[in-house]
Design a protein around this ligand. Structure first.
Ligand code: 4GP
Length: 753
């Protein structure tokens, strides 16, 4: 592809490139990429993958697409020659916010890898007009504002296809938008297909209460990334959204299979559906419905077809993701689907001897994961430990029934975004040291040969300094925070959730604050950075944010402590912020309660960018630890087996742990009189009492060992030579976590494209 920006500028605006502003240039570049992508053919193949997901957290696309097309350096140079900075232009792009967290970001990395490997496979989801909320901090608390992104974006292309979706009592028409998904160095593409309502009405936003008047539903169904599910109305709306998504997806799948020559009896030869958590699991009864009601199949044959084409990924063992819908809700939303679900349940009971533990419908409740396992041909977890827990505990009765369906697919991250785009300095060093093959192979193991090479270690160190300078600039410009140049950068970025234990890091901060007050001055400043959003209905998570913001302000105002300790909570943490912060990190905080984090993917991003991990043996941390070896990682905490035992036997006594003198001091600090005066007393009391009496995710069980380990990390950081080697080994071993590897495994074991 050849781009002549000067010519384009003259042609479009009658002005030289030098005179355009950043926003105009951004739009111009987006147009150029989109127009070029429109001419690229789709990846072809008889069997096509449909990756169904309620979330796709794709992040900004411009830089990524320029890299995929191999024109990034050229565009940068042309802009520079006209006095522009591509970095500043990139900042003009609005980030689509079509996802909440890990599962949505994983889906985006997967789309990138599927396209890069040249496999025929599209993402299918919903075109939410207001994605995840925009987070603001007001009075040291999270405020959630609607984040309309649609009117300022340029990637969506209207597709010809449109369907009708029948709900109980009313019918809507859909509209389909595509975003082209390019692969690295590829001349073919895939798409992200996002369904919207034909009759959607943007003027309805923002609303907090949902109107179930059928006319209103036809206007607002796609306005929100699945909304608050803390009450019945929110849950019902989610069922409506899910059915809208899967009905469109199923119609699209059948349509395209027929276009490619399928007679539908051979549908599994033409299509495979990967369902991302249980949100799209109604695609199973919907496919059966279409085959029976529209295409005249016998019920049994329809079921046998669907059974050979649907695969399910489980992303968490937390109950909230294993959706259970009242059968009554299904009857309201889509009566025919409720009927089919009941038949699927009867069929399953007939086959497996009516075992309630694995039933699809039990006591009027539909267990979506159970349906996905019985009627899918594959179920996978997302890290070795997670899959083991599914097999041995959480889904054990299913594992006994269908051991052959279970497999592990450890998550991965796309190297295009997480190093080439996010960390050009490090990418440049790797090019010089290893040659550029790593850009396609994602194999960085050649770096190990330079473990004792001072020049290479120094260059890696320079790249880290450059990334830190970029992050400092970003945090100053967007958050108004200044970070000391020589600070150790210690980062925990992810959704705010008790199991991820941001509250445990907050307790460490209290400990460190008191330690410095006691005269123990650290060798150099420590900057602890948090980023993440809390679900608006998740009260304790909001309380944790409040505590972090309070600590941040309190410490910044303390003349004794502030030169040595800084706490930063990034406002509105998103993919773009992650790209600035992760490359700069020295320490990667992965401190979830063992057994609770299915995999994690930020752990992989940090490692790839040379941070050293401080972690519990949870999720993919276990695999990172195996790869890098004991001397290049810091692990601590109660094992997942022991945690499972404590839960099973109700043997964890939070209050007994709280009463230990060192611990009580820290927890009580949350509700000290000065904090109560400065902050929100209700939030602080609630969080304090929760930790002192309940502590469901056992932060107090691990806190002492955590503090000890972290102090060791900080001390070891001062041995600069040894630390640089640790960092090198982490980068060198990160190839195992390329999402290209993950996608190859999905394809070889599940999709067979
Ligand atoms: C997340 C898991 O919490 C995380 O451990 C995992 O890395 C990620 O999925 C991708 O597999 N789960 C979700 C969710 O985001 O909504 O269940």
């Amino acid at each position: 592809m050849k781009i002549d920006l000067e010519a384009r500028s003259q042609e479009k605006f009658g002005r030289p490139l030098a005179e355009l502003d950043d926003t105009t240039i951004c739009t111009m570049l987006e147009d150029i990429v989109r127009e070029h992508a429109a001419t690229m053919p789709l990846n072809e193949g008889k069997r096509r993958l449909y990756y169904l997901s309620a979330e796709f957290l794709i992040g900004r696309l411009l830089t990524n697409n320029l890299i995929e097309l191999g024109v990034y350096d050229d565009v940068k140079a042309q802009l520079a020659a006209a006095g522009h900075d591509l970095g500043a232009v990139e900042e003009r792009e609005v980030e689509p916010s079509l996802g909440n967290g890990g599962l949505g970001r994983l889906a985006a990395c997967f789309l990138d890898s599927i396209a890069t490997l040249g496999l025929p496979g599209d993402g299918v989801g919903l075109n939410y007009h207001y994605g995840l909320f925009h987070q603001r901090f007001v009075d040291l608390q999270q405020a959630a504002e609607p984040d309309g992104w649609l009117d300022r974006q340029d990637w969506l292309v209207k597709d010809e296809k449109a369907y009708t979706v029948e709900f109980g009592g009313f019918t809507v028409k859909s509209r389909l938008y595509d975003i082209d998904v390019l692969g690295y160095g590829r001349t073919t593409k895939n798409r992200l297909r996002l369904f919207d309502l034909e009759s959607v009405d943007d003027s309805l936003v923002p609303v907090n209460s949902i109107d179930f008047d059928k006319g209103e539903l036809a206007k607002n169904l796609t306005l929100f990334l699945y909304p608050d599910d803390s009450d019945d109305a929110g849950r019902l709306l989610r069922v409506y959204q899910e059915y809208f998504m899967v009905s469109n997806a199923a119609q699209l799948i059948l349509d395209e299979a027929v276009e490619r020559g399928s007679n539908l009896h051979d549908l599994p030869d033409y299509a495979v559906v990967q369902i991302n958590d249980t949100h799209p699991s109604m695609v199973i009864p919907e496919l059966v419905r279409l085959l029976v009601d529209v295409h005249g199949f016998e019920f049994d044959e329809a079921v046998s077809v669907v059974r050979r084409m649907v695969a399910y990924t489980n992303h968490t063992i937390l109950a909230e993701a294993l959706e259970k819908w009242p059968l009554e809700s299904l009857k309201t939303v889509a009566p025919r689907i409720a009927e089919i679900v009941v038949k699927l349940d009867e069929l399953e009971r007939a086959e497996n001897g009516s075992n309630d533990a694995v039933a699809i419908v039990r006591d009027g409740v539909v267990h979506m994961a159970h349906m996905a396992i019985h009627y899918g041909f594959s179920i996978n977890g997302v890290a070795a430990l997670h899959t083991k827990i599914l097999e041995d505990t959480e889904l054990h009765p299913f594992y006994e029934l269908y051991p052959e369906k279970f497999s592990n697919k450890t998550n991965g991250i796309t190297f295009r975004r997480w190093i080439m785009d996010a960390n050009p300095a490090l990418s440049g060093v790797l090019d010089d040291v290893l040659g550029t093959d790593w850009r396609t192979s994602c194999d960085l193991s050649g770096l190990l040969a330079f473990k004792d090479d001072d020049a290479v270690l120094a260059r890696l160190d320079d790249a880290k300094s450059e990334a830190k300078a970029g992050m400092r600039e970003f945090l100053w410009e967007t958050q108004g925070v200044r970070i000391p140049e020589d600070a150790i950068i210690d980062v925990q970025v992810k959704r705010i959730h008790e199991y991820k234990r941001q509250q445990m890091l907050a307790l460490y901060i209290i400990w460190k604050y008191l330690d410095i007050k006691n005269g123990n001055i650290p060798a150099r400043p420590l900057t602890i950075i948090f980023g993440g959003k809390a679900a608006p209905a998740y009260t304790i998570a909001q309380d944790i944010i409040h505590l972090i913001l309070l600590l941040s302000r309190w410490i910044a105002a303390d003349p004794v402590v502030s030169p040595h300790l800084q706490v930063v909570m990034i406002e509105n943490y998103n993919v773009s912020a992650a790209e600035r912060v992760i490359p700069a990190a020295d320490i990667s905080e992965q401190i979830s309660l063992a057994s609770k984090e299915a995999s994690g993917t930020s752990n992989m991003k940090f490692m790839l960018n040379g941070a050293v991990t401080l972690c519990t043996l949870d999720g993919a941390n276990v695999e990172i630890a195996d790869l890098v070896g004991d001397e290049n990682i810091y692990t601590f905490g109660t094992s997942s087996k022991e945690v499972e035992r404590l839960y099973a036997e109700h043997a964890y006594d939070a209050h007994a742990h709280y009463l230990r003198p060192g611990v009580k001091l820290l927890v009580d600090f949350i509700a000290n009189p000065a904090f109560l005066a400065l902050g929100n007393a209700e939030r602080l009391h609630r969080l304090h009492d929760d930790m002192a009496w309940k502590d469901w995710f056992m932060a107090l069980l691990d806190i002492e060992e955590y503090i000890q380990k972290k102090e060791q990390v900080l001390a070891d950081y001062e041995n600069r030579d040894a630390w640089r080697k640790k960092s090198l080994v982490n980068i060198a071993k990160a190839g195992a976590f390329s999402s290209d590897r993950t996608i190859r495994q999905y394809n070889e074991d599940i999709w067979h494209l």
